[in-house]
Ligand binder design. Structure first.
Ligand code: PBG
Length: 321
């Protein structure tokens, strides 16, 4: 027999030598939830092993993230007050804005990315401004641009709009440039699907919409060409990095982005992906380390250059250089 592919699987040395996809702490971005208040490090019930941090408990966490070799954090805020217009999302002294200042002051080397959206900040839980019972695209974009600017003023390196309104990347690029934040980059949630995998996150930040759903702005899971169209528009509007979200059920979209575009592709393995694996492993049904490694390897193999995952600290620890 001439062909025996098993020769290259004979022992772990040869397997390591021919391994195509190698995980590295540099691949990961770690999401961090910041809450108003003092002395809080509270576990999120829908996401075991993930926490809400108040500012004075944040530093230790960031220190740990950096010491594991992780190069970026993605910040989410939980405001004290929500209103119809999401006004607290661009407050100069909001939790996220203060966290950005604190982190950049003490740890200038870590890349600070902020989630730009309104759903955590609006009383109705939608990602935009409501006019006549529907989400008004252009009014929402105006507010989102203000949010991005407030993050840049605080010192964010990168903003990540996750709202899926039309034209928001352009509006954000314009307001940043006009205010001399030309170096702040944009990672666009280009293909963000209307997904049930966000369930645990919405529990974590109490942002479930109080009426209707997000299907008029987030994408239909049935569509793939539409994702390419969204990505083309985002690039034209000035996005630096394209993101696919969620990850596991959308590996083909990650692959298509990587094949079609010559910019870095990010994949966001969301709360539902995390909690499924976490709870199954806590129940003893699966081996957490092996399943996480296999999943993240799959996401990277599909084409993701940056991987946003709630397992970032674990994986970085396992695969530190
Ligand atoms: C805000 C936002 C959401 C997530 C990230 N940014 C929730 C949503 O769109 O409902 C989900 C993150 C996760 O599930 O881990 N728009």
């Amino acid at each position: 027999m001439k062909h025996r592919p098993r020769r290259l699987r004979k022992n772990s040395a040869i397997r390591s030598l021919v391994m195509e996809t190698v995980l590295n702490a540099n691949d990961f971005i770690c999401p961090v939830f910041i809450i108003e208040g003092e002395n809080i490090k509270r576990e999120i019930p829908s996401m075991p092993g993930q926490f809400h941090f108040s500012l004075n408990r944040l530093e230790k966490e960031i220190n740990e993230i950096i010491s594991l070799g992780i190069k970026g954090v993605l910040l989410f805020g939980l405001p004290e007050h929500k209103d119809e217009y999401g006004g607290s999302a661009y407050a100069e002294n909001g939790a996220v804005q203060r966290a950005v200042r604190l982190i950049k002051h003490n740890y200038p080397e870590i890349l600070v990315i902020t989630d730009v959206c309104l759903c955590q900040y609006t009383s109705h839980g939608h990602c935009g401004i409501i006019e006549n019972k529907s989400i008004d695209n252009d009014k929402s974009v105006e507010v989102l641009a203000k949010v991005a600017l407030s993050h840049a003023k605080a010192g964010a390196d990168m903003v990540a709009p996750s709202d899926m309104m039309d034209g928001r990347v352009k509006a954000i690029r314009e307001i940043l440039d006009k205010n001399n934040f030309k170096k702040v980059s944009i990672m666009s949630y280009s293909a963000k699907y209307a997904s049930a995998f966000y369930g645990p996150f919405r529990g974590a930040v109490s942002s479930a919409p109080s009426f209707g759903d997000r299907k008029t702005y987030q994408m239909d899971p049935a569509n793939s060409d539409e994702a390419i169209h969204e990505a083309e528009l985002d690039l034209e509007e000035g996005a630096d990095i394209l993101m696919v979200k969620p990850a596991m059920a959308y590996m083909d979209i990650i692959y298509r982005f990587k094949q079609n575009f010559n910019v870095p592709v990010a994949a966001y393995s969301v709360s539902g992906e995390y909690s499924m694996i976490k709870t199954a492993s806590l129940a003893g049904f699966i081996d957490e380390k092996q399943v996480v490694t296999e999943t993240i390897t799959g996401i990277k193999r599909a084409g993701a250059d940056l991987i946003i995952t709630y397992f970032a600290k674990d994986v970085a620890g396992w695969f530190s250089p």
